[in-house]
Design a protein around this ligand. Structure first.
Ligand SMILES: *Cc1c(COP(=O)(O)O)cnc(C)c1O
Length: 421
């Protein structure tokens, strides 16, 4: 048996992971074209219009509107869905803050559902348990580019008469039963920030098939300027509610438009590499591959494994350290949960008050404790986050498979005493 690199053996991976450039000539050409019009304002801008047309084509949606970020998109979607003071919105315990910021700005309250082990997607059965007469919406999060079971969520929304928003920030190109995510809910939200499958630095898009929701979100993301109504005898500046400026610019749209030419290639490659990795590590004792939803097409925004210490013979932290020593350097243990951040532990949304967790119209007091979410807690203690990129070669992934296999084989044969978390 080969000695582990962490104990002085030879590392599995000695060549650098594949890298590449995300922006090229098309982005530059679009930027030049935008600048040459001498206006970078989104409204009336050709780049934003073309980018949104492409989003409609890509997702099959009737309407698309732009925002300044993915968080802005979710906020505008929540507002359009009617989320307001005292409402509850159920979402995933392990999502990005961007999923819930808009809910809180609407003075509504996020209610977190626990996730499934190994997929770490929000569990529809746990979501249903948390529905109350105050629940207005569910925000489904297709975390890591792994689609949620949308049969279950569409049925839940229908049964309880709830608005359904899909947070697709990590889920470009994901499909459930052959149908692209963002097309199941009333509204679908995308992020174009630097870290996503495609990006323009920062940006966001909402897609919907509902004209009324589209108009509401459009007004809201643009300070209530009723630009869609121009020429329809309505007032352009009719400030009928509190609304932020979440506008995109032509510069961002120019880059996003060029990125949309690449999105299919990027997601197809990640799908291929992610599946290759999962298949390659199947069957190792106490090493659980990331569980992909049945009948789903995953596009792997990131990837990972869960280590069950008793069966693997080693603690997840030691496994992660050993993997890093084998040359899979950007592996690390744990994943983000809002549940252990002060916004929720201290119920600190607005300074000097616990509102809206306290003092809302229904007299309900909301408390958050990670201990009530065993699978979310497990993700923090047992899930090892692994790198994946469309620029990786097959060899890169095969090296990762070999590294996981090597570390697993060693500790299975030489279990570390009292290995547990
Ligand atoms: C990135 C992300 C967001 C927010 O996107 P920003 O563009 O950074 O505001 C929202 N939800 C999820 C799940 C994300 O990963």
């Amino acid at each position: 048996m080969e000695k582990l690199a962490i104990d002085g053996g030879t590392p599995v991976k000695t060549t650098p992971f594949g890298t590449g450039k995300r922006f090229g000539d098309q982005e530059l050409a679009n930027l030049r074209e935008a600048l040459e019009t001498d206006s970078l304002f989104y409204w009336g801008g050709k780049m934003t219009e073309r980018m949104l047309d492409r989003f409609c084509e890509y997702t099959g949606a009737k309407y698309a509107l732009s925002c300044s970020s993915g968080s802005a998109a979710v906020h505008a979607a929540a507002m359009a869905a009617g989320v307001t003071m005292g409402d509850e919105v159920i979402t995933a315990s392990n999502t990005d803050a961007g999923t819930v910021l808009g809910v809180l700005y609407q003075n509504a309250v996020p209610v977190f559902a626990d996730v499934h082990p190994y997929s770490y997607l929000m569990d529809p059965a746990d979501v249903e348990k948390r529905i109350t007469p105050r629940t207005k919406a569910i925000i489904v999060v297709h975390l890591t580019g792994n689609p949620c079971d949308m049969d279950a969520y569409c049925a839940l929304a229908e049964k309880h008469n709830l608005m359904l928003i899909e947070d697709c920030a990590q889920a470009y190109g994901c499909k459930f039963k052959g149908r692209i995510v963002s097309s199941f809910g009333h509204l679908g939200c995308f992020s174009l920030n630097h870290y996503k499958h495609i990006n323009c630095g920062d940006g966001g898009v909402i897609v919907t098939n509902d004209r009324k929701l589209y108009e509401l979100a459009h007004d809201f993301a643009d300070k209530c300027y009723d630009r869609l109504a121009a020429g329809q005898n309505r007032q352009l500046r009719r400030v009928w509610t509190l609304a932020p400026n979440y506008r995109i610019t032509e510069l961002q749209s120019a880059v996003a438009l060029a990125q949309l030419d690449k999105v299919e290639q990027i997601t197809a490659r990640r799908h291929e590499l992610g599946d290759r990795f999962n298949e390659g590590i199947a069957g190792l004792p106490g090493v659980h591959p990331h569980k992909i939803t049945p009948n789903a097409y995953a596009t792997y925004w990131f990837s990972g494994v869960t280590i069950e210490p008793e069966a693997a013979g080693v603690s997840p932290q030691q496994f992660a350290d050993a993997l890093a020593a084998e040359g899979v350097g950007s592996s690390y243990l744990g994943y983000f949960s809002l549940l252990d951040h002060e916004l929720f532990t201290q119920r600190n949304a607005y300074r000097g008050t616990h509102f809206p967790f306290e003092g809302g119209p229904h007299g309900v007091s909301y408390h958050y404790d990670l201990a009530d979410y065993p699978n979310t807690a497990m993700m923090q203690t047992r899930f090892i986050h692994l790198p994946i990129s469309e620029f990786f070669t097959n060899q890169d992934v095969d090296d990762m498979i070999a590294a996981v296999g090597k570390v697993s084989a060693w500790y299975a044969a030489h279990p570390v005493k009292a290995a547990s978390t």
